[in-house]
Design a protein around this ligand. Structure first.
Ligand SMILES: Cc1cc2nc3c(=O)[nH]c(=O)nc-3n(C[C@H](O)[C@H](O)[C@H](O)COP(=O)(O)OP(=O)(O)OC[C@H]3O[C@@H](n4cnc5c(N)ncnc54)[C@H](O)[C@@H]3O)c2cc1C
Length: 417
């Protein structure tokens, strides 16, 4: 990383941490909790992504009475490992994929749940680069500098890891630990609060239910939060920020191949194009004969794919892949895609709020607190989601103990996955 970039990151880190701290300090003017002494704090957590799960975990350990309401039938949200369509136990990440070795919180939780971490990139240095129609076999540095043009600074290849067996094991481990506290298939449609408490309305099996608590944490994307009925309405600045926060589009198309034919060509299955797209061999490091190649696109390219039918997404990706790894078409067994802009419970991949937006997003509204990757010092990463959940849980614990809010946000690496 260049010195200039390091300086910028440090400045940015400083500003984001300051913004989070400022909002936490002004969070609880003279807001008495109104809970009976001795009764555990009751907290509703909306969303069982990593933000909601880490919040629920911290609160439960502190003795709070927690209920997590999750819209889908699974925990994990944007941590989604595709297994079903693939043979021989193969899997591929449709959402969160790589973890930088500096992402201490992600690694802390993976270790807590005894999950094994393994290298993300192959050590063998034979990547393919497609630029202006020209195909070249290049080493890591060249490939990484192309990726940096449209995505992130990649550092060294050996600094990137993943959870062996699939990243979904991380939310699943949280969910097992919190199993009696999570209600699935329970989308929250409305939240009300008054001086006595907070109530969430959620739909379950076609009927509406209401649950009451002392406080709530909304750990869902701003795209979804903006559409939830809240009474009394949030402050104007919160509403505007939620409505205006823009989300990046990201899509993955996976090609299941009958063999790992690129290995016979002495290539590692990873590459980059000027489309722009990153190409990964998702099956790298997995046993079995079949292979999976994936293309990972963002921005306009991802939006174009999102507008296509599933069949056209696969055809377009096979055409691209054939130019990078000749033989892709001949070896194709099936294709499958995931476009996050059309995901009902995310409606986008991730957000990059500016400092002012971050401050507005983190600001509690009475008894309602907020978490999610978009309200952290590392937006767009699992690390950010985990950090935000811990922060929101701490806000509640500190106000209930009547102790001052302290800043313990973690360091930032400002980049998109
Ligand atoms: C394509 C892509 C690639 C990524 N790559 C990486 C990567 O390589 N490394 C990395 O660390 N991170 C990566 N990320 C980011 C990472 O996945 C997210 O930062 C993180 O998972 C977000 O967690 P969250 O809890 O904030 O939100 P989510 O995971 O979105 O969780 C929110 C939860 O709330 C639920 N929900 C939504 N609405 C409601 C409602 N009304 N009522 C109840 N529940 C509701 C959702 O179903 C979901 O389970 C990637 C993300 C994407 C999309």
């Amino acid at each position: 990383m260049s010195e200039v970039m390091e300086d910028q990151l440090t400045r940015r880190e400083f500003i984001l941490r300051g913004a989070l701290l400022a909002s936490a300090l002004t969070a609880f003017p003279s807001d008495a909790l109104g809970k009976a002494p001795g009764r555990p704090q009751r907290v509703i957590v909306v969303g069982a992504g990593l933000a909601g799960l880490s919040a629920a975990y911290v609160l439960t350990r502190a003795g709070a009475d927690v209920r997590v309401l999750e819209a889908q039938s699974r925990a994990g949200g944007r941590v989604l490992t595709f297994r079903d369509p693939f043979p021989d136990g193969l899997y591929a990440e449709a959402g969160a994929t790589r973890i930088h070795k500096s992402m201490d919180l992600t690694i802390k939780y993976a270790k807590l749940f005894n999950l094994k971490l393994t290298g993300f990139y192959p050590a063998d240095d034979r990547f393919v680069r497609l630029r202006g129609g020209r195909r070249e076999v290049v080493r890591w540095k060249r490939m990484a500098s192309d990726v940096e043009k449209f995505a992130l600074h990649l550092d060294r290849a050996n600094q990137w890891i993943r959870i062996e067996g699939g990243n979904d094991q991380l939310p699943q481990a949280f969910a097992r630990m919190l199993s009696d506290k999570i209600t699935y298939n329970a989308p929250v449609v409305g939240i009300e609060q008054d001086r006595n408490g907070v109530r969430a309305r959620y739909s379950t099996r076609g009927a509406l239910q209401t649950i009451a608590a002392d406080r709530a944490i909304c750990a869902i994307p701003a795209t979804i939060m903006a559409g939830i009925e809240v009474s009394p309405r949030f402050s104007a600045s919160k509403r505007q920020t939620l409505e205006k926060l823009s989300y990046e589009s990201a899509s993955r198309v996976f090609l299941q191949c009958r063999g790992r034919f690129w290995e016979q060509q002495n290539l590692n299955g990873f590459g980059v194009t000027d489309q722009p797209a990153e190409i990964w061999a998702s099956s790298f490091g997995q046993p079995g004969v079949a292979g999976i190649l994936q293309s990972y696109t963002r921005g306009d390219v991802s939006l174009r794919l999102t507008r296509m039918t599933e069949g056209d997404r696969v055809t377009a990706t096979v055409d691209l892949m054939e130019r990078i790894f000749p033989g892709a078409r001949e070896n194709l067994e099936r294709g499958v895609s995931k476009c996050w802009s059309e995901d009902k419970w995310a409606r986008g991949a991730w957000a990059h709020p500016d400092e002012n937006q971050l401050k507005q997003l983190a600001q509690p509204e009475g008894r309602i607190h907020f978490a999610g990757e978009h309200i952290s010092s590392q937006p767009s990463w699992m690390q950010g989601a985990l950090e935000s959940g811990e922060r929101a849980a701490r806000e509640i614990l500190q106000v209930s103990r009547n102790s001052p809010i302290t800043d313990s946000s973690t360091a930032i690496i400002r980049r998109s996955p």
